[in-house]
Structures are given as structure tokens and as C-alpha cells.
Design a protein around this ligand. Structure first.
Ligand code: KIV
Ligand code: NA
Length: 270
């Protein structure tokens, strides 16, 4: 059975088996993630993780399409959702459709993700009606960092709940097949998950959500600083450093390449 999971398959997981999701940006990490996950997210976090940018704001559509293609080549089971980058979908729903359609046509991915609650509801409806499955993203929305002034958890005061709940209801009613809820206090994430008809996929939003997502390099221990909501499931940094050191030692002592790593002549030379 090699049929890829679809947006409706993920939508049907509401109140069901938890949705397992991780990011991937490369073919070979996608292959490893695909063996286990339901959704692979090609996140615009690639700007920070792959390119060392300070935020996701500078990420371009071309960067997302290039990595989206790489991830599609490495996967065959999971639904691949690709982030729409800052500036590619906010100005108008027509803009959003043109750019989302380009992402889907050029990569073959099964869904796109965009940030925003009530302000994006019209656009989400417009896209879904025209054949583009949309994953919403509410709570902390990193593309708005310059307005928010910092990466801070949301909904930690009850006074802030109504606005975030309105965002959740708006994107669900607009037809999003799932929503990422980022860095939101546990009781609010629980309330939203109970209220909306589509699955919630939490990142820093507690086990009350219908699924979880993390940035792969964060959970593997490859990125230097991570938010509180990341659990380090691996510590690959020291392993890579040790391998690089061993290689350098072997090159300097001329013990690499050894006999196993060189081509012999078909006939003796001379
Ligand atoms: O860009 C990203 O990686 C994301 C999530 C982790 C949800 O949007
Ligand atoms: Na993102």
C-alpha cells in the first residue's frame, strides 16, 4: 500500500489516532521521516535552520519550492504540506491562489500552510473552493515577528483567549483541513481542540492537541538554541563533530583514503 495520505485523511483524524508530524527540507531526511510520520511539513523555518536567517521573514517562494521538491522525492507515504512564505499570500486571495497553485504544480505536494486566523479566513475559503488544501497556523505566527516584537507564548492571560479562539473558529469554518497551534497555553489549546471540527496540530501547545509537530533539526539536537517546547530526542551535534574530527585526523596522517577507498588499475601500471 503506497497511496499517499491526503488532506481528507488527516482531517478524518479528529478525535482519532494522534497525527504525527515533523519538518523536513531534504530528500534523505524526508525519507527517514516518511517511514513514521503522517504529515511532513516543509516549514519556512528552513530559513533559520538551513540558511542562518534571524527570522522566517526573508524566505522566498523559490526556496520553498526547491526544498519542497527535494522532500517529495524522498517521501511516498506522508502528506507533504509546504509553508507559504511571508509576502506570498497576504495581499490578496488572488495572489494567494496564484502562488499556492504554483507551489502545488511545481512540487506535487498535497497541501500548503499559511499563517493567520480571522484575517486569512476569506483567503482560506477561496483556496479550498479552488482545489488547494490549506493547513492554518494560529497562536504564535513567526512571520509576524516584527509586529509582535518577539517570539512569546500566546494566551497566557485569559483576556487574550477570545481573540485566539476566534482565530481558530474562523480558519476551521473557512475549510482548513487542520491547524497548527504554536506556543499557546495548555488550557487554551485544550479548549480550542474541543471546539473546532478540524484537527489541531500542536507545537508548544500541549498534548491536548490532535497531533504534534516539531522542527526535525531541533529535536535531533542539531540547532544551538531551542524554545522550551522542544524536547531533544537526539543529540546529533557531538556525533557529527566527532566524525569531522576523525576525518580531519585521517586526512592529515594520510590514513584516509585507505586501500578500500581507492580504484586499482585494471592492468598493472607501466
Ligand atoms: O516552519 C515551520 O517549521 C513551522 C512549524 C514547525 C509548525 O511552521
Ligand atoms: Na512555518
Amino acid at each position: 500500500e503506497t497511496r499517499r495520505l491526503t488532506a481528507p485523511d488527516i482531517r478524518a483524524r479528529k478525535n482519532g489516532e494522534p497525527i504525527v508530524s515533523l519538518t523536513a527540507y531534504h530528500t534523505h531526511t524526508a525519507r527517514l521521516v516518511d517511514a513514521v510520520c503522517d504529515v511532513i511539513l516543509v516549514g519556512d523555518s528552513l530559513g533559520m535552520v538551513m540558511h542562518g536567517l534571524e527570522s522566517t521573514v526573508p524566505v522566498t517562494l523559490d526556496m520553498m519550492i526547491l526544498q519542497g521538491l527535494a522532500v517529495m522525492r524522498g517521501s511516498r507515504h506522508a502528506l507533504v504540506a509546504i509553508d507559504m512564505p511571508f509576502g506570498s499570500y497576504e495581499a490578496s486571495r488572488e495572489d494567494a491562489f496564484r502562488n499556492s497553485a504554483r507551489v502545488m504544480k511545481e512540487t506535487g505536494c498535497g497541501a500548503i500552510k499559511l499563517e493567520g486566523g480571522r484575517r486569512m479566513a476569506d483567503t482560506i475559503r477561496f483556496l479550498v473552493e479552488r482545489g488547494i488544501p490549506v493547513m492554518a497556523h494560529i497562536g504564535l505566527t513567526p512571520q509576524s515577528i516584527n509586529v509582535l516584537g518577539g517570539f512569546r507564548a500566546q494566551g497566557r492571560e485569559e483576556a487574550d483567549w477570545a481573540a485566539i479562539e476566534d482565530d481558530a473558529r474562523a480558519v476551521a469554518e473557512a475549510g482548513a483541513f487542520a491547524m497548527v497551534i504554536e506556543a499557546v497555553a495548555e488550557p487554551l489549546a485544550r479548549k480550542i481542540t474541543a471546539e473546532v471540527a478540524c484537527p489541531t496540530i500542536g507545537i508548544g501547545a500541549s498534548a491536548a492537541c490532535d497531533g504534534q509537530v516539531l522542527v526535525l533539526e531541533d529535536m535531533l539536537g542539531l540547532t544551538p538554541r531551542v524554545p522550551k517546547f522542544v524536547k531533544r530526542y537526539g543529540d546529533l551535534g557531538p556525533g557529527i563533530a566527532a566524525a569531522v574530527e576523525a576525518y580531519a585526523r585521517d586526512v592529515r596522517s594520510r590514513t584516509f583514503p585507505g586501500p578500500d577507498n581507492v580504484y586499482a588499475m585494471k592492468k598493472p601500471a607501466g
